[in-house]
Design a protein around this ligand. Sequence first.
Ligand code: ZN
Length: 137
Amino acid sequence: MDNQTIGLNHIAIAVTDMDAALVFYRDVLGLHLDRIEEVEAEKSKVAFLPLGNSEIELVQPTANDTGVAKWLTKHGPGMHHIAIQVPDIVAVMARLKSHEVELINFEPRQKTDGTLYAFIHPRSAFGVLIELYQKAE
Ligand code: ZN
């Protein structure tokens, strides 16, 4: 999927036990495990399982004070968010703001690889936490 295409970048599933989650998603369901990364900035361990043009991310917090950790305490393991790739995150966010959509991040945040992202509150998205995602050029 090129940078100009709108599409599903990933689905994030919050887990408390990565090994147990991999037994299901990799070994039983049969998905391919591409890699596992420690994401220091988000205090989490993430397993990437490609799925067509997108991927499933299994996210296990490595600290108790993260958003995902708190969400897990409240909800238990489950689908945490979907990430929609857009070609121009700034333009999309401006449109959302003009429609008074509730954003969690008012400005895009940047990953170390240059990817820009921002979250839309589930209250504005019919119960789904949506991550907007713009890949680096
Ligand atoms: Zn995500």
